[in-house]
Design a protein around this ligand. Structure first.
Ligand SMILES: C[S@@+](CC[C@H](N)C(=O)[O-])C[C@H]1O[C@@H](n2cnc3c(N)ncnc32)[C@H](O)[C@@H]1O
Length: 281
């Protein structure tokens, strides 16, 4: 009897007769994306064929390119098999997201984290999403909670355009989407003390935007700040650093850290973390 190969790891071990460890890959819409170790470079097409045969929704297989654009956080892909498109529609938490993987940032591995935040949003809140990308935070928040309004700001013109399409695709009506630099947009007077909750999903830069968050926060508000933790740093050290930054902006602000945890490992020496911070002014 022929045994069916169930996983990529099993395919590599049994069919390619290799001991190289490659078990995980991402599927975004109809595109499977993987990092091929050097030892399996000459087997990449066989691996791609296996992924298309195994996953009925996968029509394209691509490799992740090295590096990431600094400002827009885009990690490009290179197609190796199947339909030659980097545009796809991905489902997350019952919502649909149209995107071009080579022109915008999107990471399906944050779906649980986005849902965690959406579940915290209370009825009638005004939520501010800095760095909103193609719109997963605002759209999932509108669909899973009952806020009054969501303000979302994104600088990448292409991500903004996809977010507009995604707002329509998911029939959202509470999102005010703005194409601008968060710094420029939030300088405007209309944002002073406007938000009950502020989401800051830009791990390399969010800490630099704390003064804008404090300006926009109502007298009592919650911040969700994403940042990086080096392997030789403790969560306590990071909490202290963030508290210090907030005190420097306004020494009267009362700070309570509701939660601080690792969201996912980023590289050998870095993990992405989130801090849920309650502030009172
Ligand atoms: C890490 S991505 C997060 C995107 C989105 N929130 C998500 O979860 O998919 C950061 C986003 O911030 C945008 N960005 C970077 N600097 C910005 C700025 N100064 N103002 C507005 N958006 C900015 C990037 O283009 C990118 O889409």
């Amino acid at each position: 009897m022929k045994m069916e190969i169930k996983s990529l790891a099993e395919f590599i071990r049994k069919k390619l007769k290799s001991k190289v460890n490659l078990s995980s890959y991402d599927i975004i819409g109809s595109i499977a994306i993987l990092d091929i170790p050097k030892e399996l470079e000459n087997k990449k097409i066989e691996i791609a064929k296996f992924l298309i045969a195994k996953n009925k929704n996968v029509k394209t297989v691509a490799l992740r390119k090295e590096g990431r654009s600094k400002k827009f956080r885009i990690k490009k892909i290179k197609i190796i098999l199947g339909e030659k498109t980097t545009i796809t529609t991905h489902k997350e938490s019952g919502c649909r997201f149209l995107l071009d993987l080579n022109k915008v940032y999107y990471n399906p591995r944050f779906s649980e984290e986005r849902l965690r935040i959406a579940k915290k949003v209370k009825e009638g809140e005004t939520v501010l999403v800095m760095f909103s990308g193609i719109g997963p935070y605002p759209i999932i928040i509108e669909k899973k909670a009952n806020p009054k309004k969501i303000i979302a700001i994104e600088l990448n013109k292409t991500a903004y355009k996809f977010a507009l399409k995604n707002i329509q695709l998911n029939k959202c009506s509470k999102i005010e989407l703005l194409k601008n630099d968060v710094r420029k947009e939030l300088q405007k007077r209309r944002y002073t003390q406007c938000a009950d909750r502020i989401i800051m999903p830009h791990p390399t830069e969010a800490e630099e935007f704390l003064s804008y968050a404090l300006k926009c926060a109502k007298k009592s508000a919650t911040l969700h700040l994403y940042t990086f933790k080096k392997s030789d740093e403790s969560l306590e050290q990071i909490i202290e650093r963030i508290k210090e930054k907030i005190r420097k902006i306004n020494k009267k602000t009362k700070i309570e850290i509701e939660e601080c945890k690792i969201v996912r490992p980023f590289s050998k020496n870095l993990s992405q973390i989130v801090l849920d911070i309650k502030i009172k002014n």
